[in-house]
Design a binder for this molecule. Structure first.
Ligand SMILES: Cc1ncc(COP(=O)(O)O)c(C=O)c1O
Length: 359
């Protein structure tokens, strides 16, 4: 009998989000970013659902993720490696699995050439994020051509697209266009992630857009919600209910002391599942009972395998499910409480939590 902790993956909401983003892309190709096990949602659930919806371009982090994805989706679709390759093994996988690395270094071209790679590669240029990207686009372009590597296109990544008014957005667009102008006019271009697509889209959708977080239903630009629906519901279950008198402490460190008699619900979910420990004494959990949805506070410290709720006055029973984030409490709101972002919550769900598809 498995522990009652589960991440439900609502595929209808994923399809809704993809369609919404496809409309915003206004004719540009949507490269669905499904790295890190589809942002923790489960590659094996997400990739085929997107493929059925008409998506034929995907992005993951590295060659190992690319090889796993190729095994799931078969030949026909492009798989871009946003972090490129790091070694000979990565180059060999690009050949074997028909992967499309994003290149930032001449050393990567050499590795691909030595591996006999004659597929396509993106040139990834830094336009102001100062994280990863070449500063020598013409040099890398020529090196690819000489090595017999096709050019998939020129890509760059925005640093502040979730802040529509940020001055760096316009700077990056201007630099990107200037660099693109130095390449043949028919070179495909890609700049926008989810937030960029929403906040600065239209003129800059170019040929390919690369949404990630929006696919999973977290609004990338808080001030500009577009009607995305949450794909993940992260749930645990009530495994014990106990009445505790006033003046007792709850969980490790006795950080919560009952000021009155309370009903404590012990939930089957802890930080080893991906429930942030920073939610200790401040998290909220949705419990759907027969008389409606109650929002219950997490009391005491979140433990490795458990957390505790104050369920006083609630029609809760052993075996009932509670939701930490999803339909009733947004991941963005939970993330804000712990000084993080929805990306980190999603990718923090551990491998011991089953991902269960809901059609
Ligand atoms: C190069 C690149 N493109 C696109 C994305 C997708 O970004 P988002 O999830 O914010 O849409 C990422 C994510 O980190 C990225 O690194």
């Amino acid at each position: 009998m498995s522990r009652p902790v589960v991440a439900y993956i609502h595929l209808a909401n994923l399809r809704h989000n993809y369609r919404l983003l496809n409309r915003l892309a206004a004719g540009a190709q949507v490269m669905s970013v499904i790295k890190a096990d589809a942002y923790g949602h489960g590659l094996r659930l997400v990739a085929p659902a997107l493929q059925k919806e008409g998506c034929h371009s995907f992005a993951v982090t590295n060659a190992e993720e690319g090889a796993v994805l190729r095994g799931i989706i078969g030949r026909g679709s492009a798989i871009t490696l946003l972090s490129g390759i790091f070694d000979q093994e990565g180059a060999a996988l690009c050949c074997l699995q028909h992967l499309t690395p994003a290149l930032t270094e001449h050393g990567q071209v050499k590795l691909l050439h030595e591996a006999g790679f004659h597929g396509q590669a993106w040139i990834k240029v830094d336009t102001g994020m100062n994280r990863l990207g070449t500063q020598d686009v013409p040099g890398l372009y020529d090196a690819c051509k000489t090595a017999g590597i096709g050019i998939a296109g020129l890509m760059s990544h925005l640093a502040c697209a979730d802040e529509p008014e940020h001055a760096l957005n316009a700077v990056q667009v201007e630099r990107f266009e200037r660099i693109a102008a130095s390449l043949p006019a028919d070179t495909p271009k890609s700049l926008l992630n989810s937030a960029g697509l929403i906040s600065i889209g239209r003129r800059t959708t170019y040929d390919v857009v690369r949404p990630g977080i929006a696919l999973y239903g977290a609004e990338p630009v808080a001030s500009m919600p577009i009607g995305l629906k949450p794909v993940m519901s992260f749930c645990g279950s009530v495994i014990q209910l106990r009445d505790i008198p006033a003046g007792e402490s709850v969980s490790y460190g006795a950080s919560f002391i009952t000021s009155k008699p309370v009903r404590i619900a012990t939930i089957s979910t802890g930080y080893a599942d991906g429930l942030p420990r920073l939610l200790s004494n401040q998290g909220l959990t949705a419990c759907v009972g027969t008389s409606g949805t109650a929002i219950l506070p997490i009391v005491g410290r979140v433990c490795m395998d458990y957390c505790l709720l104050d369920a006083s006055g609630c029609d809760i029973e052993t075996g009932m499910q509670v939701e930490f984030w999803g339909e009733h409490v947004s991941a963005a709101k939970v993330a804000e409480q712990v000084g993080s972002i929805a990306y980190e919550l999603f990718t923090g769900i551990s491998s011991r939590v089953p991902r269960q598809a809901i059609e």
